[in-house]
Design a protein around this ligand. Structure first.
Ligand SMILES: C[S@@+](CC[C@H](N)C(=O)[O-])C[C@H]1O[C@@H](n2cnc3c(N)ncnc32)[C@H](O)[C@@H]1O
Length: 468
């Protein structure tokens, strides 16, 4: 055991906790809510998470550590069970006493899951701090499991199961996607990577997804989601994208490119914008902007309902419109004066060749003042050295890297970016990218980067590019 490193990590935890205590004292709250997710809290919290995880890796025996990691899929599977069988909602609505706890036999009467099996599922989660086992086989929500609650009544969930995630913050939907489609796909990663026919392929048709489901050999995942029989999955996917927003400050899209600087009448096109949830804060804060949300037909069909629920005035004033549009095709000619093309979480869905095709379509309809705003993870290397063959990785912000002895890329505190990278491999044969990788794609498509807005593991970074 490396006691020196263990001591260094422990003391980093101690100083970070002292900082958190001071900040919390100033806020006069013990709630771990949006207020404690403020920017000041970010660095000490990240330091605690990164150091604690690194500490576990150092003090656990290697064998135990590997077993913990390799059985991680049981956590995903268990999460899927509790989400799809409404356990958080049952506890909220039917739970008794101050903790609103319920014996698993009673939970089972509401969701029909065998109580002996269900108890083991919830206990595994409680063992990982999701739910609380307040007495043997008696469970209650805690501050983590409650984040899975859609807020719907059991009567609503029973009457409209397909609408379970509609109008929610999307966290349960996102957990559903990760623990269902994405997990299914990732089971086939090794098969695809070991097969000489597919290992060197960067075609979206050779994603592990192609082997994960019956009949997916010749279809890309988004086209599969758009099939009528997958409508419930598509609806869940749409709300899951909203879940990505719920993890970040609500105005995250405003923390980067200066939308307010756009002149009156500016057109912003949200390419592959889903229902347009990401652009909502832009429309809310910049009345001079007209937003066009583009996505595939079945996806944009869901968008008016989202705007009706969240910003009906923008709909009534015609400040937001919706276009079914395939981003591999030329932009509709009516969009001839676009100020900004926004692509959030689009590049990471596609291999390089397809990214360049999408960007070239955008480039065709740019004027000299048009900006492209790419919002995606920016990857760091785990090593201290962030350069490849002497070429700087573009991380100029001194706060981008974690302090020693932490891993330079913030380790477990930043693990979601690396998991998303593998999710993209599983689903689309695609990836998350470094700044130089983005620069290369953009230059091949006729753009150059003018701004990089780092987000320090708090919200998604933004890259702003201009036509060359
Ligand atoms: C990861 S989601 C991101 C959605 C949204 N930009 C956000 O950040 O919430 C990718 C989106 O690309 C859309 N998409 C996939 N293929 C497309 C295509 N050929 N043309 C237009 N949109 C497409 C999907 O329907 C989906 O809404």
């Amino acid at each position: 055991m490396d006691i020196q490193q263990i001591e260094a990590l422990s003391s980093l935890i101690a100083t970070s906790v002292a900082e958190l205590k001071q900040l919390q004292g100033a806020l006069k709250t013990t709630q771990h809510t949006a207020s404690t997710a403020k920017a000041e809290f970010l660095k000490p919290s990240l330091q605690v998470v990164a150091a604690a995880s690194q500490l576990i890796a150092l003090v656990r025996t290697p064998e135990r550590y590997l077993m913990d990691i390799s059985t991680g899929h049981q956590l995903s599977s268990s999460l899927r069970v509790v989400v799809e069988t409404n356990v958080p909602e049952i506890l909220r609505e039917k739970g008794k006493g101050p903790k609103r706890a319920l014996h698993v036999k009673e939970i089972s009467t509401y969701n029909g899951v065998n109580h002996l099996k269900l108890s083991r599922i919830i206990r595994l989660l409680a063992t990982h701090h999701i739910f609380e086992e307040v007495a043997p086989d008696v469970y209650a929500n805690n501050n983590i499991s409650i984040a899975l609650d859609t807020g719907k009544s059991l009567a609503e969930l029973k009457a409209n199961p397909e609408e379970k995630y509609d109008g929610t913050n999307g966290i349960a939907a996102l957990v559903g996607i990760f623990s269902d489609e994405t997990m299914h796909n990732s089971v086939c990663i090794a098969d695809i990577l070991k097969d000489p026919e597919t290992t060197n392929s960067f075609s979206p048709f050779d994603a592990p997804f192609s082997r994960a489901w019956p009949g997916t050999r010749n279809i890309k995942m988004y086209d599969w989601l758009n099939l009528p029989e997958n409508r419930p999955r598509l609806k869940r996917f749409g709300m899951g994208m909203n879940g990505m927003n719920s993890m970040t400050p609500s105005d995250a899209i405003l923390r980067g490119f200066n939308w307010a600087s756009l002149p009156e009448g500016s057109i912003v096109v949200d390419c592959g914008g889903g229902v347009g949830s990401v652009s909502l804060p832009i429309v809310q804060t910049c009345p001079q902007i007209h937003l066009i949300v583009q996505d595939t037909g079945p996806v944009v069909a869901e968008a008016p309902a989202f705007w009706q629920a969240n910003q009906p005035e923008a709909l009534a004033q015609g400040r937001v419109s919706f276009q079914p549009h395939d981003f591999f095709q030329p932009q509709p000619s009516v969009n001839n004066n676009v100020s900004v093309f926004l692509l959030r979480m689009i590049m990471h869905n596609w291999p390089d060749v397809e990214c360049v095709q999408i960007l070239k379509r955008v480039r065709e309809s740019c004027n000299k003042n048009t900006r492209v705003v790419i919002v995606d993870n920016i990857m760091l290397y785990a090593s201290r050295d962030q350069s490849i063959e002497g070429q700087d990785s573009g991380i100029s912000d001194p706060d981008a890297l974690a302090p020693e002895p932490l891993l330079a890329n913030w380790g477990a505190a930043n693990a979601l970016s690396y998991k998303q990278d593998i999710n993209m491999l599983s689903n689309h044969n695609a990836c998350e990218r470094t700044v130089p990788e983005f620069a290369e794609l953009l230059s091949q498509s006729g753009f150059r980067i003018v701004e990089v807005h780092q987000a320090h593991q708090s919200w998604l970074p933004q890259i702003v590019a201009v036509p060359i």
